[in-house]
Design a binder for this molecule. Structure first.
Ligand code: ADP
Length: 451
């Protein structure tokens, strides 16, 4: 802005000054030419004939006119007081004119334009004298000065307005940034519930909104982390407390009979097994969280499903549960065999675990468009509607006692959901209209033949 104002204050003035100089020089030269013309008939110049010729001319309005002979002696001078007639004049312009050159110059000083012009007077190609004219003009100078002061006033106005506006804008901006900065510091110090308050719709406000939604996510993650740590320690504490209790009983009971001791030790073994199941599941989840994944290959899901069913067959048979499956289409997905095995195993294990003896568990596998869909259905108790949205959470169990009794860790479905999500798939739970639960897994279908 300063550069623009500087330019605005100099350029127009320089241009108009130059324009005035040119017009003045040209018009003065013109006037001098007229005077030279009126003297041109004379063979030599003297005070008398010059005065006569000049008197015949119209009023020029010039400040001073000098006519000299060829030696530079002044023959005619319009200056009323103290004229220079009879003296020798050595003005540069006159000297130049006597050398045969037309000269003119203009300058601006102390609020006035001063212009000078001189030309030689010739008779038969001989220089017999010179005419010199001088103009002192304050009128146009005043106009120019007026323009200059107007421009200055305008520039000052613009400068003040610019300063005020940019001051106000930067004040508003820094205030918003300061508020955002305070919010960032507070959240950094752990106040995850703090939110940045910035009104408006500009970039800073958008930044604040982004920051707030980031903080929302941070808070959710932080809450989930805390809950997970407390749940995990609780889950680990329970079997450990049981082990301590059992060992204390053995140690404190004198002459304990071998049958009871054996029972206690086998309980200790069961609790230790439970601990190892929980830690195994926790490790599996930690691996999933860390994002380190096996390199995927194209896996045919059907053989993996058949393997799981063979594994589960004995347990199901013992419970009197019937395990059936049907499959259609080439169901190949991009994942690892272990992952697919884990997902099908956890879902089938749950179905067998929670369905009462004598029920049926049915698995189905099919390709639907660009998806491979696996469903695991049972005709057990199903899942209460209010628990459905939460059963994929870590350690969430509808019936804690039942899950524990069945050897559950509360992590099975969380592992399923994370594993499937890692490969771009989804899993959902619902209740069958006729009773029982149905779990549906969808993986993106991957052609190209299984490895
Ligand atoms: P758990 O180790 O307790 O089985 P999961 O994460 O596998 O943990 O399952 C979470 C909860 O979801 C279970 O505790 C159970 O209450 C419920 N659930 C899972 N599968 C079924 C099912 N097929 N029928 C009824 N309830 C189920």
């Amino acid at each position: 802005m300063a550069a623009v104002l500087l330019l605005m204050n100099t350029y127009p003035l320089l241009v108009s000054e130059d324009l005035v100089f040119r017009t003045k020089a040209a018009s003065l030269q013109n006037s001098v030419s007229v005077m030279v013309y009126s003297l041109s008939g004379l063979d030599q110049l003297d005070e008398e004939n010059v005065a006569q010729a000049m008197a015949a001319l119209e009023e020029t309005g010039l400040s001073r006119i000098l006519v000299t002979d060829s030696a530079g002696k002044v023959l005619y001078d319009t200056r009323e007081t103290n004229d220079a007639v009879g003296e020798y004049s050595f003005y540069t312009e006159i000297v130049q004119a006597l050398l045969g050159v037309d000269t003119s110059s203009s300058s601006y000083r102390d609020g006035a334009f001063r212009s000078r012009a001189a030309s030689p007077v010739l008779y038969q190609n001989q220089i017999i004298g010179a005419v010199y004219a001088y103009e002192y003009d304050t009128e146009q100078a005043a106009l120019l000065e007026g323009l200059q002061s107007n421009l200055l006033r305008l520039s000052a106005g613009i400068a003040v307005a610019t300063l005020c506006i940019s001051g106000l804008l930067s004040l508003a901006l820094t205030r918003k940034i300061a508020r955002l900065l305070t919010a960032i510091r507070k959240v950094r110090e752990g106040a995850y519930s703090h939110r940045a308050e910035v009104r408006g719709r500009d970039e800073i406000a958008q930044l604040a909104q982004e920051f707030n939604s980031l903080t929302d996510r941070l808070q959710t993650t932080e809450n989930a982390r805390r809950r997970f740590v407390s749940d995990a320690s609780h889950e680990l504490k329970t079997p450990l407390a049981a082990i301590r209790l059992l060992t204390d009983s053995i140690l404190q009971t004198e002459n304990i009979d071998p049958v009871t001791a054996r029972e206690f030790v086998s309980d200790i073994g069961a609790e230790a097994e439970r601990l190892s199941r929980i830690t195994e599941d926790l490790l599996r989840l930690t691996r999933l969280d860390s994002g380190v994944m096996e390199t995927p290959t194209v896996v045919d899901v059907l053989p993996v499903m058949e393997q799981v069913l063979r594994m589960m067959g004995l347990v199901a048979q013992e419970k009197g549960t019937e395990l059936t499956y049907r499959a259609e289409g080439t169901c190949t997905v991009l994942a690892s065999r272990d992952e697919i095995h884990q997902v099908i195993y956890n879902l089938t294990d749950n179905a067998v675990k929670y369905a009462p003896p004598g029920s049926t568990v049915q698995l189905s596998l099919s390709r639907q468009g660009e998806q491979v869909v696996l469903t695991v259905e049972d005709n057990g108790p199903g899942i209460p509607a209010e628990d459905l949205p939460r059963i994929f959470e870590r350690f969430y169990r509808v019936d804690k006692a039942r899950s524990r009794a069945a050897g559950g860790t509360g992590l099975g479905l969380a592992i399923v959901s994370d594993t499937v999500a890692k490969r771009g798939g989804t899993v959902e739970a619902a209740n069958r209209p006729g009773g029982g639960a149905v779990f549906t897994v969808r993986w993106p279908w991957q052609g190209g033949g299984a490895a």
